[in-house]
Write a protein that binds this ligand. Structure first.
Ligand code: ATP
Ligand code: MG
Length: 455
């Protein structure tokens, strides 16, 4: 296939059809002709068209019918309606039915040329967008983790190197930075990924219980131990054991852990024999474990056993480049989960998200986006959907100042229409819906105020 735009010209008058096709071919487009509506619909069904130029008034199947049928067959093909001045009202109907635009006879071919190059530009953008999204998702993800900041890229690169080994890993990072996700990603990209990934939250259990949990216990080892049970170490045999919140483990249990790590065998609580285990250990903490060692709360020898490979996940405020990528990712995630179809996050909303300091890191960002998707009433996320502390107090004042500096209603309307269009990425249908006017009215306002995307 060539990369020329393929245009279908639909007109019952041979002279119009042919002169238009000639002009198009001259201007570098591919052109095909259809002498009536039924043929046009058939051709639309089977071919690949960049755009269609359709005469409104044709016997039998008229332009509006072609428009309706092609819109449902091939919604991606833009249709330009050609109309005589006398039928402009029907052209308005055509716009309502989803025509890309209309042109009134007699027309200057240049006018069509301009419309077609606008269509070409738009289609190029769409194609680029799809391509970029694919590229981005390849480059900026590692298993379920997302991050394009140099800091996260470095973390991903490091994991790629260390994951295949059996070495113990210590992950440090503030709450909600993705430590558990990282541990899972390491397991996933290791040769043990067929084996189990077992997570133990050490902070949630008392010292006695944690020992029984980790190493297992014999029947009657303590009150309530009505039968013997395997511990997490044995459960994780052949796979990975994730010791979350490792700093919370008491000193007595630290001694036992150290022994297991050294000898790679576990002894059940209340038992005498020991069992060999083949487990990779990944530990995580939101404390600075070195500091815990200094203050005597964590054994130095255990620290060195765990700290073979150290990874620090940077807090979100130190990698603001990741915010918009993550926010967009969560937008998709919660659209699906909540059955919504919010398309985009407005520029000022993104700016507010990027500026925030994120004490709760990625988890907090995820919660904020989830809430916004749930409360959103349109398909654009605006600062109104963010929790109150995200909205800057000066925002309203700036707006008021700008509006009061404008004199006429016309200026205020022009500013408002421009803003809504910009916020909606120049999607006319969506903007018209928000402005509560129909597309044609909005279209007329765009023409009246001479608005264009660049301004
Ligand atoms: N890089 C990332 N890409 C995508 N989602 C992420 C990323 N980091 C974190 N998340 C999201 O944030 C949530 C919290 O991540 P996770 O539980 O791994 O953090 P954590 O560091 O273990 O937190 P805590 O210290 O509170 O246990 C996850 O459920 C995940 O949805
Ligand atoms: Mg965690």
């Amino acid at each position: 296939m060539t990369d020329k735009l393929q245009i279908m010209v639909v007109d019952d008058e041979e002279i119009v059809r042919e002169s238009l096709s000639d002009w198009l071919q001259h201007a570098g487009y591919g052109a095909c002709m259809a002498p009536d509506g039924a043929t046009a619909i058939e051709m639309a069904r089977s071919g690949n068209w960049s755009a269609m130029l359709v005469d409104l008034k044709m016997p039998q199947v008229d332009g509006l019918e072609v428009l309706r049928q092609v819109r449902s067959l091939r919604p991606e093909v833009p249709i330009i309606i050609i109309t005589a001045y006398a039928t402009v009202d029907t052209a308005v109907q055509a716009m309502k039915d989803g025509a890309y635009d209309y042109i009134v006879k007699p027309f200057d071919p240049e006018e069509i040329g301009m419309l077609l190059s606008k269509i070409a530009q738009h289609q190029k953008l769409l194609a680029e967008n799809v391509f970029l999204k694919k590229e981005l998702s390849k480059r900026y993800t590692f298993h379920d983790l997302i991050g394009k900041s140099p800091a996260m890229q470095e973390v991903f690169e490091f994991i790629r190197t260390v994951a295949p080994t059996r070495s113990t890993v210590l992950i440090e990072g503030e709450s909600g930075t993705g430590k558990e996700m990282l541990a899972r990603a390491i397991h996933q990209s290791s040769p043990r990924n067929d084996g189990p990934f077992v997570a133990v939250s050490c902070g949630a259990l008392t010292d006695t219980l944690i020992e029984a949990e980790l190493f297992g216990h014999e029947k009657g080892a303590f009150t309530g131990a009505v039968c013997a049970r395997k511990g997490k170490f044995e459960e994780a045999d052949g796979g990975t054991l994730f010791l979350d919140e490792i700093a919370e483990v008491g000193l007595k249990c630290q001694v036992d852990l150290l022994r297991v790590l050294q000898e790679r065998e576990v002894q059940k609580v209340g038992g005498s024999g020991s069992t060999k285990v083949d487990v990779r250990i990944i530990a995580a903490t939101n404390k600075n474990l070195k500091e815990e060692v200094k203050s005597g709360r964590f054994r130095e020898d255990l620290f060195y056993r765990l700290n073979v490979i150290a990874i620090t996940v940077p807090p979100l405020r130190n990698r603001r480049e990741d915010v918009s990528l993550l926010a967009t990712h969560f937008l998709h995630k919660y659209n699906i989960e909540c059955g919504k179809s919010v398309q985009r996050i407005s520029e000022d909303t993104l700016a507010a998200l990027i500026e925030h300091d994120w004490p709760g890191n990625v988890r907090e960002l995820e919660n904020v986006v989830e809430r916004a998707v749930v409360v959103a009433k349109t398909n654009l996320l605006t600062p109104a959907e963010l929790p109150a502390h995200f909205r800057k107090s000066s925002e309203g004042a700036d707006d008021a100042r700008l509006v009061s500096s404008l004199r006429s209603l016309r200026d205020v309307e022009k500013l408002h229409v421009t803003r809504i269009l910009a916020d909606n990425d120049w999607n006319v249908q969506q903007s018209a819906k928000i402005l509560q006017i129909d597309r044609v009215t909005l279209y007329n306002k765009i023409k009246k105020y001479g608005l264009s995307r660049e301004k």
